[in-house]
Design a binder for this molecule. Structure first.
Ligand code: ACO
Length: 367
């Protein structure tokens, strides 16, 4: 008997952005930088700083995505949590969401490829749906960068922000969902982006986990990002047998407006067909693509049946691109009332707290 091909369709989407806004003007009060430098070099105007742990943001995003799909936690067979800024390594982040949404029968795993973690997670979940292992999956991209940021380093502190988003993937026999993908990694360039103090190896060097220093070769990462994302997009389009003309909307990783423009130029896709929200949130690493996807749908930029292209790159240096055929529905089936707890802390107060904790930790470290 011939089995019908199973596709993995996106049927739910939800985001969670913490309320505290850190503007470029705020950054000029703690760093030797200007709004003009940040805006012209990156396109970023503001970013969010979280007052809650990563798992709380992910829980809200997951609840919203589930409600959007008209599902409950018990309907979910698999949770994939993409992040590099875990609250905990053990137990994993996905099991925390599983418990909170009541997905008792689900498998739960984390994926870490830095900024591409959501997209790598999308492939993992889509692959398990296509092979019939699971039918309903929740894929999360969430990141809490602010505690791991070196707030004294203007080269990186202006670039990143916190946030979370999730999608529900469901088995479908229609021609929709994740249609093609290309994943890769320039391992020879892995030292171009290293966060010292985010792993156990630094304990031997007298660094406490979380007391971070960023090794970040911006210009080289820029070149590899453009190359990797463009090549992955070409590969995906070739697999599908379509040209860039056939792509309705590109929803790329949002690290830097100039990188996005360079990829669009190489792909010969006009910027009108590229979704950009980097100005509002900066680089939220794994959260950027799913947050951008949510906002593209909310803003009416995704028509029923639209062909989307999702290119990404991140530490590793990993890169990828996914082609997604959107389904017929562009509105949520339901909404969730779950919210983050309110805060009266400003973004600057939150990062001052983090910086003070790091300084105390560093000064109490025994070499
Ligand atoms: N404010 C003011 N001046 C600054 C700042 C700042 N925030 N940061 C750097 N500068 C200075 C530099 O010191 C340098 O000064 P100098 O010429 O006196 O030495 C000058 O600005 C130019 O610096 P460049 O590094 O040449 O600036 P560039 O135009 O390359 O832009 C940037 C830097 C924005 C980092 C860019 O290279 C970039 O976006 N790279 C991609 C990085 C990225 O997005 N990575 C994401 C991956 S992260 C992940 O996967 C987890």
């Amino acid at each position: 008997m011939q089995r019908r091909a199973i596709n993995a369709a996106i049927t739910g989407w939800g985001k969670c952005l913490p309320p505290a806004v850190l503007t470029n003007a705020d950054l000029t009060t703690i760093l030797d930088t200007t709004d003009e430098w940040i805006t012209t070099r990156t396109g970023i105007r503001e970013r969010r700083i979280s007052h809650v742990p990563l798992g709380d943001m992910a829980h809200v995003a997951a609840a919203r995505a589930l409600a959007c799909a008209g599902l409950e936690g018990k309907d979910i067979d698999l949770i994939v949590f993409g992040t590099c800024s875990h609250d905990d390594q053990v137990p994993n982040m996905a099991s925390g969401v599983q418990l909170r949404i009541g997905a008792h029968a689900a498998a739960a795993m984390d994926v870490n490829t830095a900024c591409t973690s959501f997209l790598y997670g999308l492939s993992s979940a889509a692959g398990m749906i296509r092979s019939g292992v699971v039918r309903n999956a929740l894929v999360i991209g969430a990141e809490l960068i602010s505690p791991f940021m070196d707030w004294r380093d203007r080269n990186v502190a202006v670039l990143f922000g916190d946030g979370a988003a999730a999608v529900v993937l469901q088995a479908s026999d229609r021609d929709e969902g994740v249609l093609a993908e290309k994943l890769g990694c320039y391992a020879d360039a892995r030292e171009m982006l290293r966060v010292h103090g985010m792993g156990g190896r630094y304990a031997n060097q007298g660094t406490l986990y979380g007391v971070t220093r960023w090794q970040f070769e911006g210009q080289e990462i820029f070149k590899r990002a453009v190359h990797g994302m463009s090549a992955a997009c070409e590969s995906v389009l070739t697999t599908l047998g379509v040209t860039a003309e056939g792509v309705d909307l590109v929803v790329p990783h949002q690290a830097n407006l100039r990188i996005i423009e360079a990829v669009a130029k190489r792909m010969r896709v006009p910027m009108e067909r590229v979704f950009v929200n980097v100005q509002r949130y900066g680089n939220m690493s794994a959260a950027t693509v799913p947050v951008a996807l949510c906002e593209a749908v909310e803003e009416g930029r995704v028509a029923p049946g639209a062909l989307l292209l999702l290119p990404g790159f991140g530490g590793g240096l990993s890169y990828c691109a996914h082609a997604v055929r959107w389904g017929e529905r562009v509105t949520p089936l339901g909404t969730s009332s779950l919210e983050l707890p309110p805060t009266d802390r400003t973004a600057l107060e939150l990062i001052r707290d983090v910086s003070a904790r790091k300084t105390r930790a560093a000064s109490s470290t025994v070499m």
